[in-house]
Design a protein around this ligand. Structure first.
Ligand code: GUN
Length: 299
């Protein structure tokens, strides 16, 4: 294999060590303990494991941390009332409502009910706007994790051709907004291809990429002859493609890893690439939210 593996777990551990030191200092010097609430509606097994991991990491970092479990039939009004309570709670700096929500609840209404300064997912339209303008406190966790991996493993993407495959609100669109920022870790030339891009054009654009970020949701979508030699590949895809013999979900990314890694200079594996970064970026956002609330940083 030609490519160097970008090991998300190692980068995430390094960032968490940096964050732990910062949290210890905030406590000692400013009597400030970052506070995070994760709200789970129902008991979807995937969501339970995500919020459990978020809570575990926030405890390890020494946060004030609440796991708020709600019944699956909670009304939208009651959930908005709960958000109002946490919006007003000075010990809580970050609020995360785990998605997806049950069908009887309008997810947008709920996400818009979070105070933007406590919106550590950065899904609120105010934060989406702040990111586009370039004056922001938080970035959405998954694309922020991709940016960290690129910066720490590959180097500064300034002036590079970045191609983003996918245009979701959670990954593709914010990824574009992040990489076009005029600041270190960004400043790239960015192209976004998506389901509206004809296949021949899609391949043409991918072949130009110095850095290819893929969030297509299609297993093994990107083929070796779609990429150029030396490309840095960030694979955001997590596709369940069956079961292992031990009964665990078998995962595949959006990139044909075996073939593409022969041509790439850097590549993220699935699992173990982008995945471990997401929760770490949530922790980073919560520390930032605490500093914002205490006036230690300003927007
Ligand atoms: N469900 C899956 N990923 C996420 C995420 O990043 N944030 C929230 N709130 N819910 C999710």
């Amino acid at each position: 294999m030609a490519a160097k593996l970008i090991k998300g777990a190692e980068v995430a551990a390094q960032i968490r060590a940096e964050l732990k030191q910062e949290v210890d200092e905030l406590k000692a010097k400013h009597n400030l303990t970052p506070g995070l609430v994760t709200i789970l509606v129902g008991q979807d097994p995937g969501s339970v494991s995500y919020v459990t991991a978020k809570q575990k990491t926030s405890h390890e970092l020494g946060f004030y941390s609440i796991q708020d479990n709600q019944e699956p039939d909670i009304t939208e009004a009651a959930l908005l009332g709960l958000l109002d309570k946490y919006n007003k709670d000075p010990k809580i700096h970050g609020i995360l409502v785990q998605l997806p929500l049950p069908k009887h609840i309008d997810s947008n209404k709920v996400l818009y009910g979070i105070n933007p300064d406590k919106d550590v997912d950065a899904f609120h339209p105010v934060n989406v706007g702040r990111i586009l303008i370039g004056n922001y406190a938080f970035l959405p966790c998954t694309p922020a994790g991709c940016q960290e991996l690129i910066y720490r493993a590959y180097g500064d993407p300034k002036g590079k051709e970045v191609v983003v495959v996918g245009r979701s609100n959670i990954v593709g669109k914010p990824m574009v907004a992040i990489m076009i920022q005029k600041r270190a870790g960004a400043n790239a030339t960015v192209t976004c291809v998506h389901t509206g891009t004809p296949k021949d054009k899609m391949i043409e654009h991918c072949r130009r990429a110095d850095i290819l970020i893929v969030a297509a949701g299609v297993p093994n979508y990107i083929q070796a002859d779609w990429v150029k030699e030396g490309v840095c590949v960030i694979d955001v895809g997590v596709n369940r493609i069956g079961m292992t013999e031990s009964g665990k979900a078998k995962l595949a990314g959006d990139v044909d890893f075996a073939a593409v890694s022969e041509k790439a200079s850097f590549i993220t594996p699935v699992p173990g690439g982008v995945g471990p970064m997401t929760i770490t970026m949530l922790m980073k956002n919560t520390v930032m939210a605490a500093k914002l609330a205490a006036g230690l940083v300003k927007l």
